[in-house]
Design a protein around this ligand. Structure first.
Ligand SMILES: Nc1nc2c(c(=O)[nH]1)N[C@H]1C(S)=C(S)[C@@H](COP(=O)(O)OP(=O)(O)OC[C@H]3O[C@@H](n4cnc5c(N)ncnc54)[C@H](O)[C@@H]3O)O[C@H]1N2
Ligand code: MOO
Length: 415
């Protein structure tokens, strides 16, 4: 069987699922989701000129010659609190007591902070000790946000600061696509659920929690988790049950060519259409992506380390696509900290960390042991990509390193 290249397979897999229609949801429910359309400032912030300090609103020219020895003495004609309107405008020689965030009275052109003033007791006046240039300590209308300004692009991941900005525009809801519902099925006769005794030839089932956690990290809601043995009838029943409950069904195990590797064959008998079946990727070579009815099915290998990488490359993009985005990770060039040998025809994705050494070069440290296990990925900052077409890579050789942090999310379909 000739294997599809990673890039071709990833493109083909996206056909398994379309983005869900967007819906308005309460702001806090949108945390971690993606803006379904561009956000434009619907009002200016501040909505009118306001004071940036506690102090006195003045006409700047009334303070031009103020010094500590010869202060400018002004009449205090008003007191203005945040959220309240001024009761009069400032005439020459007037000042208004004002507090941070309060609207400026007309005629005022500067604010003097109270630390450089002293109230003159009993006669409602204030001494100003320093000149206040025009505009001093005034936040002008629209200084932070100007009505009509594009603020955030579609696809932006919604974090706390995004929610704060949306609320500051007076909105209570935001348009996002709902999290896709995911079902996970772990297959294999050898599997025993954690918490029960296991004999030496048995294996603790760990993919349900691993894959469910990865699905949640990708913004999905896990609605079902099941185990099944390597038996066609059991598999058929489990697949049919789960396919009805989820937009994305993710299976692990039984994906390869052994006698007991039944998952793809049972899916075929159920009428699944395969978009991807085997990829020139390691770990994760047996991965497949199919459609069964309206459900996208991702068949992951059972080996946890391979399931993790295949999830990252095939299930994660689908789950993000359902939410209307694709993920662009940053790539850097890094030197291998040891020689690597691989099968020439495959792309290898090896979890690793980055470090900048004294010589200024960026190196990637790859874990040699535990490739079949999720252990290899603990603390990984990204994948070193060893491209197909070569088998041997020398220590110090430059390779692409795809970083997990600070990805960019771009809308799948421009709104
Ligand atoms: N003759 C060939 N044999 C294999 C090939 C091949 O091309 N030709 N491919 C190999 C590759 S690559 C992989 S990866 C594995 C994975 O295949 P399967 O998906 O069929 O995985 P299983 O055989 O079911 O399990 C592999 C391994 O992982 C353990 N496992 C499975 N499920 C879980 C789970 N839920 N929790 C924890 N551990 C699990 C299982 O016990 C096995 O040790 O096939 C190669 N074979
Ligand atoms: O490619 Mo398998 O996927 O060796 O781990």
């Amino acid at each position: 069987m000739s294997l599809t290249s990673l890039a071709t397979a990833r493109r083909a897999a996206l056909g398994a699922l379309s983005p869900a229609p967007p819906e308005p949801v309460p702001l806090l429910d949108a945390l971690g989701r993606f803006l379904a359309r561009e956000l434009v400032a619907s009002r200016s912030v501040p909505g009118c000129p306001v004071s940036a300090m506690d102090g006195y609103a003045v006409r700047a020219e009334d303070t031009t010659h103020a010094t500590r020895e010869q202060p400018a003495r002004l009449r205090v004609t008003d007191t203005i609190y945040a959220g309240h309107l001024p009761s009069r405008s400032l005439q020459p020689g007037d000042a208004a007591r004002i507090f941070t965030g309060a609207p400026l009275p007309s005629g005022a052109t500067a604010v003097v902070r109270q630390e450089v003033t002293r109230p003159v007791t009993d006669n409602g006046a204030v001494d100003i000790f320093v000149p206040a240039p025009r505009g001093k300590d005034i936040r002008s209308e629209g200084e932070e946000l100007l009505v009509g300004t594009p603020l955030l692009r579609a696809g932006q991941r919604i974090d706390a600061s995004v929610l704060g900005v949306i609320a500051s525009l007076g909105e209570t809801r935001v348009l996002v696509r709902p999290p896709p519902h995911v079902a996970v099925l772990a297959t294999g006769d050898e599997l025993v659920p954690p918490g029960q005794p296991a004999l030496p030839h048995q294996v603790y089932e760990s993919n349900l929690v691993l894959i469910s956690a990865l699905a949640r990290e990708a913004g999905a809601e896990v609605v079902a988790r099941e185990r099944a043995g390597d038996d066609d009838d059991m598999l058929r029943l489990a697949l049919l049950r789960l396919v009805d409950r989820a937009q994305v069904l993710i299976t692990t195990g039984g994906a390869s060519v052994g006698d007991k590797d039944r998952v793809k064959r049972v899916l075929t008998t159920l009428g699944a259409t395969f978009l991807v079946d085997g990829v020139a990727l390691k770990p994760g070579k047996p991965v497949a992506v199919a459609r069964l009815g309206t459900t996208a099915v991702v068949v992951l290998p059972g080996t946890p380390g391979a399931a993790l990488v295949a999830f990252d490359q095939f299930a994660r993009p689908l789950l993000l696509r359902a939410q209307g985005v694709s993920e662009e990770r940053q790539r850097v060039r890094a030197r291998l900290d040891g020689e690597q040998h691989k099968q020439a025809g495959l792309t290898y994705l090896l979890g690793g960390t980055l470090e900048t050494r004294e010589d200024g070069n960026v190196w990637t440290r790859l874990r040699e042991k535990g490739g079949g296990h999720a252990l290899r990925h603990i603390g990984a900052e990204g994948f070193a990509l060893l491209p197909p077409g070569r088998a041997d890579f020398a220590e110090g050789e430059l390779v692409d390193f795809e970083r997990f942090d600070h990805p960019r999310y771009v809308p799948v379909e421009p709104e």
